[in-house]
Design a protein around this ligand. Structure first.
Ligand SMILES: [Zn+2]
Length: 509
């Protein structure tokens, strides 16, 4: 509950910041263009296999260049992406791990050409590649059909469909308003009054949008798009070429009315008044309105995967659900005192979990009782070694297991805590070098400390309030300590040999 309070406060702050930044961005930098494949497909979709009824699983490689983007942030956005694609029966699985790239020029690039260079340098073959950056050429996102997707991190959040929109482009589908990007002419200079009938066709510039890289911006390439009519007579080739997406002429960000339509009323070439459908993810309706792909769009994306991008579909991939998502933390727990460096977090393995998210929190004297995110990590193993931590700090941790194809996971472990000491783990003695037993006992039992061989040994046992209970310095391979008269509670045995030291916990009950 404490954590939730903080998160809401924090999210509210981020949301208003993100909305302000988003308003200045172009919704999508993908250039308008129908590929030869899409034109061919739309001539006769029935000729193409779609394997409807089975889920197509597509590998997604994520490269992070922007600062402040945790693995968990990406997991939450993958949850949104797969939710947006749920009805298409296309789902994305993470090609783990999330790649970290440090390159300031790529992270904030104004030119698509630089984005292309970035993708060529880092792309992982046979997967869709997404790059999370601070500035993808002034856009919320774009897709280069021959390379990959660039996403602005401020356009990634719960309820934001930009990533799904760009993946839609990656799988061949276009804006429902295809052709209107530059108004009725590709230059955007010819004014159009939407109260008047639209022309029969509009022209658009697709210089930068080729099947292969093409950055000769001195040579414009202009194409013609028929304007889609209300009566459906030209829906097979006008606009985006899909008949179940309504005519849409709006090529800039717009907000929907309460009926899920555009407030702007426009007029088709026959004089019929129209409003755009705000529910389409491929439109420029605000994210609060957009939510779906149509059946024809879904079929085209599936056909595109099966026919043109077969290399994405690994026949050996299986989506195995986790068997028991109940997660148990093993160590360190219950405020155990641990060396400040090299703390190894350990938890029970979950069968079929593909990786785990590790969240670390601290408290703060200024806001007592509140948990603050300190850092987060992910791991494929059921253990993780933390970097060096501040000493004498209480850290809280929790684990979330994930399948690589399902990220809307609410099965977070219980939170537990440990405290760092100023002892370094560099020379931490292990169980073969020093044995202490029993470590859970009743008062009066003998505690044995056994060494591998005879050595100089220093032993110091203290109660949790720091009071010394027992101390020994001498030579030998064994020390026996009586716990006669010890109060119930936890004790810490500090043991030092020439080659290192260790702190062991003793519980008297
Ligand atoms: Zn777009």
């Amino acid at each position: 509950m404490k954590k939730i309070l903080f998160s809401l406060f924090f999210m509210g702050f981020c949301l208003s910041l993100s909305l302000a930044q988003k308003a200045e961005l172009s919704p999508c930098g993908s250039q308008p263009y129908k590929t030869e494949w899409l034109k061919n497909y739309q001539k006769d979709p029935s000729k193409f296999e779609t394997r409807s009824g089975s889920t197509l699983y597509v590998p997604m490689t994520v490269h992070v260049l922007a600062g402040g983007v945790t693995d968990e942030f990406i997991f939450r956005n993958l949850c949104q992406l797969n939710a947006d694609f749920q009805d298409t029966e296309i789902q994305f699985y993470l090609n783990y791990p999330i790649r970290r790239v440090s390159n300031g020029a790529y992270n904030s690039h104004q030119e698509l050409e630089l984005g292309y260079n970035m993708m060529v340098e880092y792309n992982v073959e046979n997967t869709i590649n997404t790059y999370v950056v601070d500035n993808p050429a002034g856009n919320c996102g774009y897709n280069l059909p021959y390379a990959g997707i660039a996403m602005n991190k401020t356009c990634m959040s719960e309820g934001d469909h930009t990533w799904a929109h760009e993946v839609g482009h990656n799988l061949s589908i276009q804006h429902p308003f295809l052709g209107w990007e530059g108004g009725v002419s590709y230059t955007g200079t010819v004014p159009h009054n939407f109260n008047n009938p639209a022309p029969d066709f509009v022209t658009y510039d697709y210089t930068l949008f080729q099947q292969t890289p093409y950055f000769d911006v001195d040579t414009l390439i202009v194409d013609t798009a028929f304007v889609e009519r209300a009566d459906g007579s030209n829906c097979h080739y006008a606009g985006d070429g899909f008949c179940d997406t309504d005519p849409d002429y709006i090529a800039n960000r717009w907000f929907c009315n309460s009926d899920g339509q555009s407030n702007l009323i426009f007029t088709d070439p026959d004089g019929v008044k129209l409003q755009a459908d705000a529910s389409l993810i491929m439109s420029y309706a605000d994210d609060g309105c957009a939510a779906r792909f149509t059946e024809e769009q879904s079929a085209a994306m599936r056909a595109n995967l099966i026919d043109e991008k077969m290399e994405y579909l690994d026949p050996n991939y299986t989506a195995d659900p986790m068997l028991d998502p109940e997660l148990v933390l093993n160590y360190p727990i219950d405020d155990e005192i641990v060396p400040f460096d090299g703390v190894v977090l350990d938890w029970e393995d979950i069968p079929n979990a593909d990786f785990y998210n590790i969240e670390i929190y601290i408290t703060n004297e200024v806001f007592p009782g509140m948990m603050f995110p300190w850092n987060s990590y992910s791991s494929q193993e059921s253990e993780f070694t933390l970097p060096a931590l501040d000493v004498n700090v209480q850290f809280f941790w929790e684990i979330t297991p994930y399948e690589d194809f399902a990220f809307c996971n609410e099965n977070v472990s219980e939170m537990n805590s440990f405290i760092t000491s100023d002892v370094s783990s560099v020379n931490e003695l292990d169980d073969t070098q020093v044995k202490l037993f029993p470590n859970i006992l009743e008062a009066g039992q003998i505690i044995q400390i056994v060494l591998e061989e005879t050595k100089d040994i220093f032993l110091d046992i203290r109660s949790m309030d720091g009071k010394q209970i027992y101390s020994y310095k001498g030579i030998g391979n064994q020390v026996s300590v009586s716990s006669q008269g010890w109060a119930t509670g936890i004790y810490l045995a500090y043991i030092e040999l020439e080659e290192g030291r260790t702190t062991r916990k003793i519980i008297v009950h």
